[in-house]
Design a protein around this ligand. Structure first.
Ligand code: BES
Ligand code: ZN
Ligand code: ZN
Length: 496
């Protein structure tokens, strides 16, 4: 699916092959649905959330939504497009669904859903299919009959497109096979992104990282034939309202290293670059949206492999801030990479907030499930900012996992300052985050939040507006938070 466009026209003035109609809250008497009521019931359509039925002869596809909340409309729109993905309909049209004349959040969700649901990754298919929608035309005809404000609607559609394209850009990188996307390729993607825009890009190679004393990151990457890279992108508008750093785990492959992963757990580990890929998507959107916020993206791009040169359990590493780390498991590599990148980011930029995104622990997936981001930190403020942005603005799911001093003790080492794994089987998402906390300096202590995206970043079946495979988790939440900071308030488009 390629494009969504707003037309200052009524539905019947717009040409299309098919019309998408949302049935809200199983109300078959509503506008645009009424005359098909009987037929829909005969066909066994119940109007459940995301349920679809195609009445091809009538030129309509119906999809159910529980309410006109942004998340319901986003998911319904995505599923409508997905239902048409094997059809030969090329152009669809749709009304808008507002629950308030001035509230544009549902429209933004609709646009996002259409583009996110239409995502297809066919890089490795020898025959590319041309099936599925190419264009979706959104009419100014409003489902509730509200008078709408055209310029604000157009801006909303534009923002929806930019956000969704950033997510799809991230998905493409994550879905790319590990031998086609290794650290140097990630660096090239970053450079290409910056070439065309108002973004700067700096890449550090192994020699430069040695000078920066990033021994932890370098140890993780040592056994790979692909050298690690540290990628720093920056977006610097004049008179920024805030300075934000975003750090991403970019493990282009995580075999586990010498603490090798079992075969079943190694599959999908190309997705261990999801945090770093999300940073790239966010930087792209921030620049396109022209936000009045200075944003720095840092990516530790590394491949965790085995070999004669591999780092080992029992090694002691010195991180950039001088702390010593006893390695007890080479599969807990993300935190080693992030330790150094977090130190580097904090040294380079004194940020108002610093966020990191990482597919850090299987324990987070066990704890909160496949669909939810775990959010952690020392202080309530940055954590709440993320949770608010996810819950109220973006439609992504989050759960707060609190630190405590007892879990902290489980990271103690007999011979070094800290171990890279804890001595208990439980609470692994929190202990990993508390490990990262050891590398946060005084200035950033109450300004840092960690997002463990191990669950939602890559899921092997489609859910809501997400396809199977990479989802681009974290992009929408961070983007909405940056937009909120740009406005300098807690209002604006709500997902509720
Ligand atoms: N990349 C993995 C975490 C992961 C697991 C991401 C499942 C996505 C899905 C991470 O590097 C890892 O291997 N963590 C270990 C830590 C353990 C050795 C303490 C884990 O979660 O098992
Ligand atoms: Zn690992
Ligand atoms: Zn990993």
């Amino acid at each position: 699916m390629k494009r969504v466009k707003f037309y200052e026209k009524l539905l019947n003035e717009i040409e299309a092959d098919i019309e998408i109609v949302i049935v809200v809250a199983k109300n078959f008497d509503q506008r645009f649905v009424d005359e098909y009521h009987e037929l829909l019931q005969k066909a066994g359509f119940n109007g459940e959330q995301d349920e679809t039925i195609l009445l091809a002869e009538k030129g309509k596809l119906f999809v159910g939504a529980d309410s006109i909340n942004a998340s319901d409309i986003r998911s319904a729109s995505a599923n409508a497009v997905r239902a048409l993905s094997n059809s030969n309909f090329k152009i669809a049209k749709m009304a808008t669904y507002l629950n308030h004349p001035k509230c544009t959040s549902v429209l933004r969700a609709q646009v996002e859903g259409l583009l996110l649901g239409g995502y297809k990754f066919d890089r490795y298919k020898s025959k590319k299919s041309d099936k599925g929608l190419h264009k979706i035309r959104i009419s100014m005809e409003e489902y509730n009959g509200f008078e709408i404000d055209i310029p604000s609607i157009q801006r909303t559609v534009e923002k929806g497109i930019i956000g969704a394209e950033a997510v799809n850009f991230t998905r493409d990188i994550v879905n790319t096979a590990p031998d086609d996307c290794y650290p140097d390729i990630m660096a090239q993607i970053a450079k290409e992104l910056c070439d065309k825009r108002d973004l700067e890009c700096e890449i550090l190679d192994v020699e430069q990282m040695k000078e920066e004393k990033m021994e932890a990151l370098l140890a993780v990457g040592r056994a790979s034939r692909h050298e690690p890279k540290l990628i720093h992108l920056s977006y610097k508008p004049q008179n920024p309202k805030a300075v934000i750093s975003i750090v991403g785990k970019g493990l282009t492959y995580d075999s586990g290293g010498l603490s090798l992963k079992p075969a079943d757990f190694m599959v999908t580990m190309k997705s261990d670059k999801s945090g770093g890929s999300a940073v790239l998507g966010i930087m792209k959107a921030v620049e396109e949206l022209n936000l009045p916020i200075e944003v720095h993206g840092f990516i530790g791009a590394v491949e965790n492999m085995i070999g004669g040169d591999a780092y080992k359990p029992d090694d002691v590493l010195v991180a950039k801030n001088g702390k010593t780390i006893e390695v007890r498991n080479t599969d807990a590599e993300g935190r080693l990479v992030l330790a150094d990148v977090l130190c580097y980011a904090q040294e380079k930029v004194k940020a108002d907030y610093i966020f990191d995104m990482a597919t850090l622990t299987g324990a987070c997936v066990v704890g909160v499930g496949n669909y939810t981001i775990g959010v952690m930190g020392f202080d309530n403020d940055p954590v709440s900012q993320i949770i608010y942005a996810a819950d109220m603005l973006s439609g992504e799911l989050t759960a707060k996992l609190p630190f405590n001093r007892y879990l902290k003790k489980t990271l103690k080492s007999e011979i070094a300052d800290i171990c890279n794994i804890s001595n208990t089987r439980y609470g692994g998402a929190i202990t990993a985050a508390m490990f990262l906390g050891e590398f946060i300096d005084e200035h950033h202590k109450n300004r840092w939040a960690h997002l463990d995206i191990a669950g939602p970043a890559f899921v092997e079946h489609a859910w809501g507006e997400n396809p199977s495979g990479a989802t681009g988790a974290g992009v929408r939440t961070l983007l909405r938070l940056l937009e909120k900071m740009s406005r300098g308030d807690g209002h604006g488009e709500s997902d509720k």
